[in-house]
Ligand binder design. Structure first.
Ligand code: GAL
Length: 686
């Protein structure tokens, strides 16, 4: 396979069959259990398993001595019943002989502590020795399996940067100096200027002297230094992955290559993702202990993943409670596991694997539940998985090729914007946190909302909200302007565009590179630390109540020449009477600048009503609270709507307009019937 289409939230995967199954760990089971598994899982509808991400010790028990027999046997037996295999490069867990003979490959954390053998992700991606071993095991596996008809694709490693992302290993420091030299064209003066090292005598004479940044040693560090370190970490893991991808593609071009997880310090809109066919994502909604907010967070995480590069494969979908160390999740109630899976599918998964086939009886995750319990007795989670398997066998193919259709986009999923916030947050929520807050407000109100990166196509959106992107790339501005000219409504939140891509403050009057488009400037800004002591509030024109603000205020000045009007004014303290929200009509659309933080309360009480008054709030696609509706549309216009009941009681709702058929029950819908959805119930209408 080959990835070619540009990264976009609307990019489908090239998968032609809906993949359904689980990770599978033959190294955890005796021969009798393994022998029974193919029939057991095939009966539940599995057509794929994923294997070997933690099995390097089995595959290469001694250096240079390979043993593929366990996986050969499993691939063949599973293949014989129609279950194909995704293999993984096993580099998240190097074997003991490697860490014993080469302790210098172990990662070192910010406190100088060497990571140890015994858990996972302990080897440095910057270590040339480890990279060499990674290439060797990848090559050995790729060559061994290149002609195996049952192997369809690969996952690189497992959840890069899941446990920690910084690396202070000696090899890392050497790589850092080489990276900086390349980035700054060998000119140390250019680094000094870019980072502003004139501050606190940071000036460097040679690249070899540039330290790896450690915040709080003893106090705050330089934000520009930190952001380049994040870019370096991302490039490092990308190079590590690329070694593997090149070997796999050379061995067998028909394989797809993906990776599971969207963790920090990786630029998923960069080369890391362009090297893959599509992204994979691991979905664990039960980490949110509050059943009432779980659906919001789950939807956001899926939308945020889709914003990087488009539709994805769920390589791990939580199937039971996770229990480890000091936590044990809620057990999904009957129907809940299937409902979580359908949510993932509705919002962008073109294939789904449940974590994991069966709970393991040993090791660090002996209470992470699988589809089967420790005693291998098929119970309700197995029956539920089998129900979903039967459904996907019927409707899975109909979903493939379609993409999620949204009307409201929230800016998120940018690497520099998110990591630039870390060393200089001012105690404010991060851009990703704020995107989630705004997304949640639209989600709960039933809107077709998603996350869209500012460099992505905004086609099809009616409304685009950029919550608080302190770092803002001027290259994004022309497309936003075009979006507005063509009829879109753009909402820009406070503090946007106050910093540049180096993470330095811009010299311009705020909102910096957006000032021309917004048609207003920021006269004064301030943090609200104890809003109850000095309360601030604004009032929207034509509304007779005030909306309090928290976190941040900005006093705005509209640009009369741009025709900008004031649509809300501050009503309190020294700000009273001054502009708080401006609106500029431009072409067929409009730009709103909001001089406050888009908290949940503010978004619900002020922003959404204001948009409604301006005729800029699209009609919601769900009008029943607690019922999520997601539209997946094909290029030829065919529309599938997934209805998901998150409530504890059954609901009866009118089917969406023009719905003729319900696909799961495979029946025609009559003109005036109400659709009944039991708790955790799903309907798919076409
Ligand atoms: C994932 C990881 C799996 C397993 C699972 C449950 O993040 O990829 O290997 O650890 O969590 O903890």
């Amino acid at each position: 396979m080959s990835a070619s289409a540009p990264l976009s939230h609307r990019r489908p995967t090239p998968l032609r069959e809906f993949l359904y199954g689980s990770p599978y760990y033959p190294e955890h089971w005796d021969a009798a259990t393994r022998a029974g598994d193919p029939a057991l899982f095939r009966a539940a509808g599995w057509n794929v398993i994923r294997m070997a991400e933690f099995a390097w010790d089995v595959l290469e028990p001694r250096e240079g001595v390979f043993d593929f027999s366990l996986f050969d046997e499993t691939i063949a037996r599973m293949g014989a019943v129609g279950i194909r295999t995704i293999l993984c490069t096993p580099t998240a867990t190097p074997p003991r002989w490697l860490t014993r003979d080469h302790p210098e490959v172990l990662r070192i954390d910010a406190d100088g502590r060497r990571q140890e053998h015994g858990s996972r992700q302990h080897a440095s991606h910057f270590s040339p020795i480890f990279r060499d071993y990674s290439r060797k095991i990848t090559r050995a596996m790729a060559e061994h399996y290149r002609d195996n008809p049952h192997v369809i694709g690969w996952q690189t490693d497992n959840e890069f940067h899941c446990h920690f992302r910084e690396d202070y290993n000696a090899a890392t420091e050497t790589a850092w100096h080489a990276w900086l030299r390349a980035r700054f064209g060998g000119d140390i003066a250019s680094l000094n200027r870019a980072w502003g090292t004139a501050f606190w005598a940071n000036t460097y004479e040679r690249f070899e002297d540039v330290v790896l940044p450690r915040n709080w040693r003893p106090t705050y560090a330089n934000p520009a230094h930190w952001l380049d370190y994040q870019r370096f970490l991302s490039d490092g893991v990308t190079a590590f992955q690329r070694d593997q991808v090149e070997i796999l593609r050379a061995a067998q071009p028909r394989w797809f290559v993906t990776h599971n997880g969207c963790f920090g310090s990786i630029d998923f809109r960069g080369e890391f993702t362009r090297d893959l066919d599509f992204l994979g994502y691991d979905s664990y909604p039960l980490f949110d202990y509050d059943p009432l907010t779980r659906a919001d967070g789950h939807a956001f995480n899926l939308d945020h993943t889709r914003a990087y590069s488009g539709h994805f494969l769920i390589l791990e979908q939580q199937s039971g409670a996770g229990g480890q160390g000091n936590y044990f999740h809620d057990k999904p109630e009957p129907g809940e596991m299937r409902r979580m899976a359908w949510t993932s599918i509705a919002r962008g998964a073109d294939g789904l694997l449940f974590f994991r086939e069966r709970s393991c009886r040993f090791g660090a995750e002996e209470y992470w539940e699988g589809i089967l319990d420790h005693d291998n007795v098929p119970r309700r989670r197995y029956r539920e998985a089998a129900r979903l398997g039967a459904e996907l066998a019927r409707v899975g193919r109909e979903l493939l090729g379609s993409t999620v259709r949204i009307a409201v986009g929230v800016a998120g999923a940018d690497f520099a914007v998110q990591h630039g916030h870390e060393p200089i947050s001012h105690g404010l929520p991060s851009p990703k946190n704020m995107a989630e807050v705004v997304h949640g407000a639209f989600f709960r109100a039933g809107h077709a909302v998603g996350v869209v990166h500012p460099a992505d196509s905004l086609a099809g959106l009616k409304l685009y909200v950029v919550p608080h992107f302190a770092i803002f790339d001027p290259a994004w501005v022309p497309a936003l302007e075009k979006f507005v000219h063509e009829g879109g409504t753009l909402v820009v939140g406070a503090r946007t565009a106050c910093r540049d891509l180096r993470s330095n403050v811009v010299p311009d009057t705020l909102p910096g590179c957006l000032r021309g488009l917004v048609g207003a400037s920021v006269e004064e800004y301030g943090r609200q630390n104890k809003p109850e002591r000095r309360p601030l509030a604004l009032r929207i024109d034509g509304v007779d109540t005030d909306t309090p603000t928290t976190l941040w205020y900005e006093q705005l000045v509209p640009d009369a020449a741009a025709g900008t009007e004031v649509v809300a004014r501050w009503t309190t303290r020294h700000l009273a009477g001054s502009p708080a929200i401006t609106r500029r009509a431009l072409g067929r659309g409009q730009v709103l600048y909001v001089g406050a933080y888009l908290t949940r309360e503010f978004t619900e009480a002020a922003l959404m009503p204001l948009l409604a008054r301006l005729g800029a709030l699209p009609a919601p696609i769900s009008t029943t609270p607690g019922v999520e509706v997601v539209e997946r549309v094909h290029a030829d216009g065919r529309l599938l709507r997934v209805l998901i009941n998150h409530r504890d009681e059954a609901v009866r709702i009118p089917p969406p307009a023009n719905a003729r058929r319900e696909l799961l029950a495979d029946r025609a819908l009559s003109a005036d019937e109400l659709l009944e959805l039991e708790p955790n119930g799903i309907a798919i209408v076409a």
